[in-house]
Ligand binder design. Structure first.
Ligand SMILES: [Cu+2]
Length: 626
């Protein structure tokens, strides 16, 4: 065994983390053995989510969410293309940042994951039984859905606030009017049906036109509240990198969502415009798109006590609530401290005039010192985002100095500096944003890798680094390149998910309108120029065997995989199909390949997912007649 005992020197001499001497052993998961933890990483510009095992860091799967996925046909076939419908039309890509796990009593419950789309404001729900995207809802009256999707303690609601303020309702007005307050933001309360997970927009609250960045909701005593960071409270509209950094402090918005709901129920919100789509995928049936119109909009002036601004140093990013619900940690990315607000102090002072320094849109601005619990002094450069180990410690990522700092809640003393290679954005601890962190592993999600891996041209992979935080000192174990930008992650213990993962779609439950459940029903049905092929797959052939259509026909191959064995998908691909990539059809599933029959000739089709010893023989022909 090679012993590696590197002490990392850091530019400021502060980094003390060492690569564990037995790191190789601690990340090694023997062939056939399972990992302890699932790590779900959002993909940033890839618009997808990837699933890794921890501690091995083995990549298991990419779950397409907001981006089409030619590998399995997501976003292309008649079943899933509706998932990407929006009020702007079909939008086949997005920028996916933050993953939230569903919670019951503030603890991960292993039911769903939620993901935001930053570019065309949307929220997705991913089912943790099938590891599939089941629902995408668009957020109207928003631009840049960044502070999203953060869940309340029992996943009553997901919060979503605007990164880019715009005129609401939309209007073509001079951009200079931004600084006159004519641009606004919204905070959206997206209700989650406790049984089905169904998403609906219950209420929006109009807020000052700052840029809302991140959020986290309260726990325990702070259950009724969610917290949002904002930057560009200066409302700069050009050279924003300078203009938005002028003020010494921006704000954390403290939002009482229970109070907002009360005001809604008391009729204080008014009808407001806004078109949006809700797309959902019923079990083994084509996705349904609903076009919806209008929301309830609440003005803070009509609901006193609903919101307060807590000044927080310099363009804060993270706003993270510790497991007790008492501390709200800001990540002032240009600040020299990590400010920590106290929920108890907030409750004590929020309605006392002497603790206020002003109002904006009828939202009281409190004094910084009035809610401050403490500051972690000179922790690092560029503190961004904090998670908790459940043992009284917090870990904060620091972008500029490329490190993670471990510090103690209450004393605000830094315990350890962990170097991160390089430019760490978010970090994630197993259950680390919940009321009951499992601790043990932390991953740093790094934006830049430079010299860490073999060079592969101009675009290098981004990476994640794995640390063991179970002992007194955190230890670096490994690092691994990621799919897209590993923006944020939720890590969930394997035991919460592995036994309930779906294995097949039961054929007897298949309610797809074009499913057939027996080879005997395989057939070709013509309706004018539309041809429907009711097709089955089972090792190692398709039915019907030979198919004839006419040039110019619109052909729907409704393909049902009759297998009921775990891990036996079949594929379906036709050469020269300009609009359709591959389809992967799971056991018991029906999916549809739409094909415009081209010029006369013979066109082969075949199974693309290696399924049996005779997989290569799983190939057949379509004849296109004149
Ligand atoms: Cu096959």
């Amino acid at each position: 065994m090679v012993l590696i005992g590197l002490g990392f020197g850091c530019k400021n001499g502060a980094a003390t983390a060492a690569l564990a001497s037995d790191a190789a052993k601690r990340v090694y998961v023997a062939p056939g053995e399972k990992d302890e933890v699932y790590a779900f990483l959002s993909g940033g510009f890839s618009g997808q989510m990837s699933v890794y095992g921890i501690p091995s860091t083995r990549l298991f799967k990419i779950i397409p969410v907001f981006s089409v996925f030619p590998e399995n046909g997501y976003g292309y076939d008649e079943e899933t293309k509706n998932m990407l419908k929006t009020s702007h039309g079909y939008v086949p890509w997005d920028d996916s940042h933050h993953i939230e796990a569903s919670m019951t009593d503030g603890k991960q419950d292993g039911r769903w994951l939620f993901l935001n789309a930053n570019n065309t404001p949307r929220l997705a729900r991913i089912d943790l039984r099938s590891f599939e995207t089941k629902e995408i809802i668009e957020i109207p009256n928003s631009a840049g859905n960044h502070a999203s999707p953060f869940a309340t303690e029992n996943t009553e609601y997901l919060m979503a606030a605007t990164r880019f303020s715009v005129p609401i309702p939309q209007a073509s007005i001079p951009i200079e009017n931004f600084s006159k307050g004519d641009f606004k933001g919204t905070v959206s309360m997206v209700k989650v049906d406790p049984k089905s997970g169904r998403l609906s927009i219950e209420l929006q609250i109009l807020v000052p036109g700052f840029d809302y960045d991140l959020s986290h909701c309260g726990k325990g005593k702070s259950h009724d509240w969610c917290f949002f960071t904002s930057y560009n409270s200066e409302q700069a509209y050009k050279m924003i990198e300078v203009g938005a950094s002028k003020n010494d402090k921006d704000y954390i918005l403290a939002f009482n969502w229970v109070r907002a709901k009360q005001c809604l129920d008391q009729g204080k919100a008014s009808n407001f415009g806004g078109e949006y789509y809700r797309n959902y995928l019923p079990e083994n049936q084509p996705a349904i798109s609903e076009k919806l119109s209008g929301v309830k909009m609440l003005q803070p002036k009509d609901c006193p006590g609903v919101m307060y601004y807590m000044p927080t140093p310099k363009s804060p990013h993270g706003t993270d609530v510790d497991p007790t619900g008492e501390y709200i940690v800001g990540g002032g990315k240009l600040a020299t401290v990590i400010p920590v607000h106290s929920f108890s102090k907030l409750m004590e002072v929020k309605d006392k005039p002497e603790h206020r320094s002003g109002m904006i849109m009828d939202i009281p601005i409190l004094k910084y010192e009035s809610t401050l619990a403490g500051e972690v002094k000179k922790p690092c450069l560029g503190p961004l985002h904090t998670e908790f180990d459940g043992k009284g410690y917090a870990y904060t990522s620091c972008f500029v100095s490329s490190e993670v700092v471990k510090w103690e809640l209450g004393t605000w003393e830094v315990e350890q500096h962990l170097p991160a290679y390089y430019s760490v954005g978010h970090l994630s601890i197993v259950g680390g944003s919940s009321k009951e962190p499992y601790g043990k592993y932390l991953i740093a999600l790094n934006k830049i890798t430079k010299d860490r891996y073999l060079p592969v041209g101009m675009e290098l992979p981004q990476s994640a680094q794995l640390y063991d935080i179970s002992g007194g000192k955190a230890e670096l174990l490994s690092d691994f390149p990621t799919v897209g930008e590993p923006h944020y992650s939720q890590m969930i213990p394997a035991k919460l998910l592995m036994d309930k993962a779906a294995k097949i779609y039961p054929l007897e439950e298949n309610k797809h309108p074009y499913a057939i459940k027996n080879e005997k029903d395989a057939r070709v049905v013509r309706e004018g120029n539309t041809v429907r092929v009711y097709m089955t797959q089972i090792r190692s052939h398709f039915k019907p065997d030979t198919i004839e259509v006419r040039s110019g026909d619109t052909v729907f191959f409704h393909v049902t995989n009759l297998e009921q064995d775990y891990d036996i998908p079949h594929g379906f691909a036709v050469g020269g199909a300009p609009e359709m990539p591959n389809l992967l059809i799971m056991p018991g599933q029906t999916r549809t390949f739409k094909w415009k029959a081209p010029k006369p000739g013979i066109y082969p089709f075949y199974c693309t997912d290696f399924c049996s010893a005779l997989h290569q023989e799983m190939q057949q022909y379509i004849r296109v007649l004149p």
